[in-house]
Design a protein around this ligand. Structure first.
Ligand code: ATP
Length: 284
């Protein structure tokens, strides 16, 4: 348990009928942390988020945000979070600006703030066009702009950069890092380890409703990078030396000292392999 947890998920269970989509999840997220939640399809990521945004009640366990229980104290939690869903739900016939003004009214957000967030996500030039003409990426950025309107302390994002080009993804990444620097707490779900490595402070990997890994991206890499070295000798023979064994280290050193190593390559972190291994989906 973290002493500075903003979001505390303890023993969370969510049932759909008899099926446990989330099956005893314990997870603390720090205040001011950008947390990446990964996992294969059906792992329980979206169900967890559904509990956090009040769409689904826990079947067991508890979730608190800033010390308040999401079920019993929902009215106090609702104003402090923003949510970017994976599926958009804009008013097609409204302009981007009108969409935001509509939602802004619900939170008493001044019109100036609408202009600010449109600029932030680089939609200022398209602000007065109907959303029906927007690209997938523009629609996604409008969702983010909407979630930022009331400057939420807590932000949940379901695959925020899916369908975005590289530049737009960077705009989103920059905005998220800025938010956490200002003290916001963010959970995003993604299938993209590069994204996690680039912007997340910690990562949790879920499988079958449970957490199977929890660490910083760097620690996860260090823990799961194979400490092996592939060598091609001057006569074309190939060798793999295991750096975790004394024999592997001595043999490699001998080959190098003898000047017979033609090519030496250390193994890179293989996120796909690690992910499949941790989630139990690797083929044997
Ligand atoms: N409304 C529902 N009724 C019944 N089962 C559901 C319902 N919603 C989700 N499930 C099941 O719960 C499990 C977890 O689903 P969830 O959407 O939380 O996974 P996920 O990790 O978000 O997956 P993805 O990466 O595909 O979005 C899946 O097996 C799914 O079929």
């Amino acid at each position: 348990m973290l002493s500075d947890a903003m979001i505390r998920i303890a023993g969370l269970r969510v049932l759909y009928g008899a099926f446990a989509a989330v099956d005893g999840l314990d997870l603390d997220i720090r205040r001011g942390e950008l947390f990446g939640l990964l996992g294969p399809n059906g792992a329980g990521k979206s169900t967890t988020i559904r509990v956090l945004i009040g769409q689904r009640q826990p079947s067991g366990g508890s979730v608190t945000i800033g010390g308040r229980d999401v079920v019993r104290e929902w009215a106090r939690i609702k104003p402090i979070f923003g949510y970017v869903p994976d599926r958009e739900n804009h008013f097609e016939e409204f302009t981007g600006r009108r969409n935001l003004e509509f939602f802004g009214q619900l939170y008493n957000v001044p019109k100036l703030r609408v202009t600010q967030v449109l600029k932030m996500v680089e939609l200022d030039e398209a602000a007065d066009l109907q959303v029906r003409g927007y690209s997938l990426g523009m629609r996604k950025k409008l969702l983010l702009a909407r979630a930022l309107l009331h400057e939420p302390q807590v932000l949940y994002l379901d695959e925020p950069t899916a369908n975005l080009d590289i530049h737009s993804a960077e705009v989103v990444h920059r905005i998220l890092r800025e938010r956490v620097k200002m003290g916001a707490t963010i959970i995003l779900t993604t299938h993209d380890m590069d994204e996690v490595e680039k912007i997340c402070d910690r990562v949790g990997i879920m499988a079958r409703g449970k957490l199977v890994a929890l660490d910083s991206p760097l620690a996860l890499k260090q823990q799961h990078t194979e400490r092996k070295v592939d060598v091609i000798r001057d006569d074309g023979a190939r060798f793999v030396f295991d750096m975790d064994t004394p024999a592997g280290r001595t043999d490699l050193a001998a080959l190098i000292t003898a000047g017979r190593a033609l090519s030496i390559r250390t193994r890179e972190f293989d996120f796909h392999a690690t992910f499949l291994k941790l989630t139990g989906l690797a083929f044997d």
